[in-house]
Ligand binder design. Structure first.
Ligand SMILES: [Fe+2]
Length: 275
C-alpha cells in the first residue's frame, strides 16, 4: 500500500466518524473518546511497527489497522448507547462488516484487505483465533498490543484523577464499589485471561487489565508497558490488602522474564510485503 492510499483511508475515517457526532453532550463525549482512542492507537501501533522493524509498507498497513480497528464503535454507540459488547453487538465483527460492505479497502491487494479485515474483526476476541495466514496473525497481535496500551493510558488518566471530564464509559459503566472478585484474582495468579462477563466493579476491571500482561506479544509493547509503569499504577488503584500482594510479585516476575527472553527478537519473521 502507499501513503496516498492511507490518506484516502484517513479522510474516509474522519467523514465517517463525523456522521456520528451528536448534539447531546454525553453522547458527543463518548464519540470523541473513541475518536481520540483511535488516533492514539494509530500512533502507538505505528511506533510498535517501527520499533519491531516492519519496514515502510508494514508500518502503513499497521497504521491502517490502528485507524480502522474500532470503526464499529460508532454505529454500536449510535444504535445501543453503550460500548459493552455483551449488551449490544460485537464491535470488532461490526467494524469488519462496515469496511467490507462499504468497500473501503478496495485500493489494497486482496491479501492486505484480508489482513486488515481479520485484524479489525478479531482485535477484541477473547483469545487469538486460528488464522491460516501468518501475516494476519502478526498484525492481529500488533493491534491487540496497541489497543491494550492505549486502554491502560485512558483508564489510568481517568481513575488516577487527571481527567475528570472523561466519561464513565472508560470504566465500562461498572460501579466503583469497594472489594473485588476472588475468582478474578485467582485467574490473574494462574496467568489466565479474564472474561469481561465476570466483571462486577471497577476493581475487577483493573484486575482484568492486569491479566492482559499474559496476552501481550511484542518486545516493543513490553518496553512501552515498562516506560509508562502501567503495572504499578494499576496495582496502586486496588485495595491495599495482603491478598493482592501476591499478584504484584507474579506480574513483575512475568514481565521481567519476558523482557529478558524477548530482547533481541524483532517483529514477525513471517511477514514481509506481498506475502
Ligand atoms: Fe475495540
Amino acid at each position: 500500500m502507499t501513503t496516498n492510499d492511507f490518506e484516502i483511508f484517513t479522510t474516509f475515517f474522519s467523514d465517517y466518524v463525523r456522521s456520528f457526532y451528536s448534539a447531546d453532550p454525553d453522547d458527543q463525549k463518548n464519540i470523541l473518546l473513541k475518536e481520540e482512542h483511535t488516533l492514539q492507537v494509530r500512533r502507538t501501533i505505528r511506533q510498535l511497527a517501527i520499533d519491531e522493524e516492519f519496514g515502510p509498507e508494514g508500518v502503513l498497513l499497521a497504521e491502517t489497522i490502528g485507524l480502522f480497528h474500532d470503526i464499529g464503535r460508532f454505529p454500536q454507540y449510535a444504535r445501543h448507547k453503550t460500548f459493552r459488547d455483551a449488551l449490544s453487538v460485537n464491535h470488532g465483527a461490526l467494524g469488519a462488516e462496515i469496511l467490507a460492505g462499504q468497500k473501503v479497502l478496495r485500493l489494497l491487494p486482496p491479501d492486505e484487505q484480508r489482513t486488515v479485515l481479520n485484524a479489525v474483526r478479531f482485535h477484541n476476541a477473547f483469545a487469538l483465533p486460528d488464522l491460516p495466514a501468518e501475516a494476519d496473525l502478526c498484525f492481529l497481535r500488533l493491534v491487540r498490543d496497541a489497543d491494550k496500551l492505549d486502554i491502560w493510558r485512558i483508564f489510568l488518566g481517568f481513575f488516577e484523577g487527571g481527567k475528570k471530564e472523561m466519561t464513565a464509559a472508560v470504566g465500562l459503566d461498572l460501579p466503583n464499589t469497594p472489594g473485588y472478585s476472588k475468582e478474578i484474582v485467582e485467574c490473574v495468579l494462574k496467568g489466565k485471561s479474564v472474561s469481561h462477563s465476570a466483571l462486577r466493579n471497577v476493581n475487577d476491571f483493573t484486575l482484568l487489565q492486569l491479566s492482559w500482561v499474559y496476552d501481550l506479544n511484542f518486545a516493543a509493547s513490553f518496553g512501552m508497558l515498562g516506560e509508562n509503569d502501567y503495572i504499578a499504577r494499576l496495582l496502586a488503584l486496588l485495595p491495599d490488602d495482603g491478598e493482592l500482594g501476591g499478584i504484584k510479585a507474579v506480574l513483575n516476575d512475568r514481565v521481567s522474564l519476558i523482557q529478558k527472553t524477548a530482547s533481541g527478537k524483532r517483529g514477525c519473521e513471517a511477514w514481509s510485503p506481498g506475502k
